[in-house]
Structures are given as structure tokens and as C-alpha cells.
Design a binder for this molecule. Structure first.
Ligand code: GLN
Length: 486
């Protein structure tokens, strides 16, 4: 366990100095997964044989003193909406319960090229729709800090497995906050890069104009390293950016004197818990101590982001999920008289209630006669929200806010109230609408010892400043060393 508490950077050193072997490390990770998975509900499936094979390759290369990619040998997990050839991709849905991927996502190939052992596929809200991981068709994920609380969603399994040191790193997808929210609830770093930075080829699409893949880790530096391994142009994803990713880790530790930090006013008002506000204020004071300049920033249209998101995201989801028809993928209902009955029964039996709600909402928003009133209006507002960010970044280098107005809530406390659940994403959604990079990092704990996350946002393509600013704060606060006692 002590071994697994280490960061990827520390493990990188230990592997090079031969204090441990990659095989030992992967086996330690397997043992820990076997010990905790039933309690935490983290994994949908495991890919242990392949992980061991990769670890052995790393050890052979170390023995031969061959060059190795930085993260070679570091135990990692994939959210179960990313394809890994020959293993299941279920999206935590009954409709894909037995679907085996015929190919690997670009992200998976990149992990393999970097000789990163992939331990398995993590639990999520069905098709990544949710904020608490309670929408999984299989089982709930529990928060490693308190088993009665949610881990956040939709990448709950990816966040909990890193928080509980079952794996060192994992990948999530973020459409409206699904990396940042669970990172915040589980006391780790979760980083959503600029839209288009990381290929989504082989990620099961939810809302294609918003989806982005990114890392979970214990520290900012680990996330920077994983980002460097996975980012970059991919001709297989038409939204992938053909731009240099740049060298992020070598400039990470630069001091931030003179950095202009904007505090988003609207997210520090009523609705945000006192404990969360206090932790943010402490982060602000720490930034001042580090020589940064604090500026109040108003994003007046932010309050509309949830409304806009639930039109755009559901419209795109209704179209993306049309492919699950009983013919092309996964589950097909039995005993149907004709094609229409087969479609209807398959989808009625295969999708869970939240997914059905989104499909209906999205189909309605796109239907003729309503398109202009809803979808077109939402797109116009989306542009205005994005413009607010552009204006803000003329005045500041980064923006900060709580990742969520509260810490992790109790299991079953919001599951029957979709609107209340949707409101947990008030701080995160706008970065997806605007395409900006954003991350959540641990900055403290509330009175019940639950982690509090700070959201840091930078302008599009400026991952470098985002990570520098976050790293400086992380090192000064020192909260990142705290781990749940599980
Ligand atoms: N919670 C949001 C939703 O349910 C965001 C999900 C995500 O980012 N995948 O849509």
C-alpha cells in the first residue's frame, strides 16, 4: 500500500533506480483492487493479463537499460466508455453489457505505446450522464473518504480508484464536469484539456461538441505528465487540433509572480457552502503570498449555462445514441414481431431512466417547430457565454472558483431529483460550452473531513499557464499528500 500511495513521478524514479520492478508495482495494484473493489464499486471489468504483460515489457527494457517513456510501468485505469480491443466497453449500460470492443481508442493506443499498464475499465454513470455515479446500471461507486457519500460523476470509478490508491492514474471524460466534479469530491486532481487537444476516437460519444478526455492523478505534475502522453493531433478525430502540445512539464515549476488570478464572483455567492468559501479564500490568500494579483471577475451569463447545456448536450445525445438500435451494437430484445417493435423494446429495456430522459428532452429540442426556440437559442447563448470568457481572459491569466458549491453529498440524497442533481454542475459546465481547459485540485476539507476542490480555468490552448498556476498553489498548500484512510 505505501508503494501505491506514491505519485507517478515518485514511482518513475523508483523504477529507474530499480528500487521496485514494474511487475511488483502492477501486482501491488492488482492486490489493492481485489481488496477494495467490492466495497467501492470502482471497476466494471479488469484487464489484468494485459497489464502484467506490459509491466514485464517495462522490466525487460529496464534490465537492458533501454530508453523508456516517462510513465512506463505506472498502473492506470480507463473509464468504461473508452474502447480497449478485446475487452468490454459497457458505458455502465445494459444495452452494452456484453459488448466487446473490436478496436482500441486512440487514447488506449497511446497508453500502450507509452508502456502504461491498463488495469481495467472503471464504473461511470450510464453513458456518462450524471453527477454522482448513481446512474450506473450495475452498481454505485462509493466515495473513499466516506462510504455513505457519492464519489461524484460521471467518472466516479476513475476518480475513486485513484483516490483510494488502487491505480496511480486514470482517464475520464468530461462533457459538463465529469472529470472535475468527481476529482473534487474524491480529493484528487482532475484535468479537462482544451476541447480538441486529446483525441476522442474510440470514446463512446455523449455530446460531441463538448466531450473531452483527460487525466486523474494525485498531483498536478502527474496530470501534466499524463496529458503530455495522450494529447496531440489525431486524423481519426475530425475535431482534433493540429497544433503543437508544447513542453508542459519543464515549465511547470516556474514561479507565478505577477500572475493575474480572477475570482469568479457569481460562484462565491449564496448557494456556496461556508466551508467551501473559506477554503477558496485561503487559496486566494496563498496566491497573494506567491505574488499573484487577485482580480474580481463577473461572468454574468454563467447562470444560464445549465439551461444551455441541457439543451445542447441532450440534443447531441439523442442523435449520438440513435445508433443503439439492437442491430449494430450490443443488446437486442427477444421475441419481436417486426423491426419497429425490436427497436422500441431494445431501447426501452436497454437504456436506464436518466438516459431515456435525456433522449426525450434532446429529441424534443430538435424537433421541427421547436428547433429555433430551443436548440438555436441555446447555441446563441453558448456563443455569448464563450464571449464572456474571452473578455475575462483579456484581464486575467486564470480564473478560479469552487469546482462545486458543496462537498460530496450523501448517496440517494439527490437521485430522485434530476434538477437538483443538474445544479451540482453550475461551476463546471461553462468551460465545456466555451471549450477552455480547466481542472479541479484539492485545497482543503470541510468540517466532516470531506475534500474541497478548487477549479482553475485558463484560456483555450493555454494548458501551460493552467498547470503552472495550479502547481504553485498545490506546492504551497500541501493538501495533496492527504489520502483517505480506507
Ligand atoms: N453531470 C453532467 C451530466 O450529467 C456532466 C456529465 C459529463 O461531463 N459527462 O450531463
Amino acid at each position: 500500500m505505501e508503494l501505491l500511495k506514491k505519485t507517478a513521478v515518485e514511482l518513475h524514479d523508483a523504477l529507474r533506480k530499480k528500487e521496485i520492478s514494474a511487475l511488483e508495482l502492477t501486482k501491488a495494484s492488482i492486490e489493492r483492487i481485489e481488496k477494495l473493489d467490492n466495497t467501492l464499486g470502482t471497476f466494471n471489468s479488469l484487464t489484468l493479463d494485459k497489464a502484467i504483460e506490459t509491466a514485464k515489457k517495462v522490466d525487460e527494457k529496464i534490465a537492458k537499460k533501454e530508453e523508456l517513456p516517462y510513465l512506463a510501468g505506472i498502473p492506470t485505469a480507463l473509464k468504461d466508455n473508452m474502447n480497449y480491443k478485446g475487452s468490454k466497453t459497457t458505458c455502465s449500460s445494459k444495452i452494452l453489457e456484453n459488448f466487446v470492443s473490436p478496436y482500441s481508442a486512440t487514447i488506449t493506443e497511446k497508453l500502450e505505446q507509452n508502456l502504461i499498464p491498463i488495469l481495467g475499465k472503471t464504473n461511470l454513470d450510464e453513458f456518462a450522464m450524471g453527477s454522482s455515479n448513481e446512474n450506473s446500471a450495475f452498481r454505485n461507486v462509493k466515495n473513499p473518504y466516506n462510504l455513505n457519500k457519492v464519489p461524484g460523476g460521471s467518472s466516479g470509478g476513475s476518480a475513486a480508484s485513484v483516490s483510494a490508491s488502487m491505480v496511480t492514474l486514470s482517464l475520464g471524460s468530461d462533457t459538463g464536469g465529469s472529470i472535475r466534479l468527481p476529482a473534487s469530491f474524491c480529493g484528487i486532481v482532475g484535468f479537462k484539456p482544451t476541447y480538441g487537444r486529446v483525441s476522442r476516437y474510440g470514446l463512446v460519444a455523449f455530446a460531441s461538441s463538448l466531450d473531452q478526455i483527460g487525466p486523474f492523478s494525485k498531483t498536478i505534475e502527474d496530470s501534466a505528465r499524463l496529458y503530455e502522453a495522450i494529447a496531440g493531433y489525431d486524423p481519426k478525430d475530425s475535431t482534433s487540433l493540429n497544433l503543437e502540445v508544447g513542453d508542459i512539464s519543464s515549465t511547470l515549476k516556474k514561479d507565478i509572480k505577477g500572475l493575474k488570478v480572477g475570482v469568479i464572483k457569481e460562484l462565491m455567492s449564496e448557494g456556496t457552502s461556508e466551508d467551501v468559501k473559506n477554503a477558496i479564500n485561503n487559496a486566494i490568500e496563498t496566491y497573494k503570498k506567491l505574488g499573484a494579483q487577485i482580480v474580481d471577475i463577473s461572468l454574468p451569463l454563467l447562470k444560464h449555462s445549465i439551461g444551455v447545456y441541457y439543451i445542447v448536450a441532450t440534443a447531441e445525445a439523442s442523435s449520438n445514441l440513435a445508433r443503439f438500435d439492437g442491430v449494430r451494437y450490443g443488446y437486442r430484445a427477444a421475441d419481436c414481431e417486426n423491426l419497429l417493435e425490436m427497436y422500441t423494446k431494445t431501447r426501452a429495456q436497454g437504456f436506464g431512466p436518466e438516459v431515456k430522459r435525456r433522449i426525450m428532452l434532446g429529441t424534443y429540442a430538435l424537433s421541427s417547430g421547436y428547433y429555433d426556440a430551443y436548440y438555436k437559442k441555446a447555441q446563441q447563448l453558448r456563443r455569448l457565454i464563450s464571449n464572456d470568457f474571452t473578455e475575462a481572459f483579456k484581464k486575467v491569466d486564470i480564473l478560479i472558483s469552487p469546482t462545486c458549491p458543496t462537498t460530496a453529498f450523501d448517496l440517494n440524497s439527490k437521485a430522485n431529483n434530476p434538477l437538483e442533481m443538474y445544479l451540482t454542475d453550475i461551476a463546471t459546465i461553462s468551460s465545456n460550452l466555451a471549450g477552455t481547459p480547466a481542472l479541479s485540485m484539492p485545497i482543503g476539507f470541510d468540517k466532516d473531513s470531506m475534500p474541497i476542490g478548487l477549479q482553475v480555468i485558463a484560456k483555450r490552448l493555454d494548458e501551460k499557464t493552467l498547470l503552472q498556476a495550479s502547481y504553485a498553489l498545490e506546492q504551497e498548500l500541501g493538501v495533496y499528500t492527504n489520502r483517505p484512510s480506507i
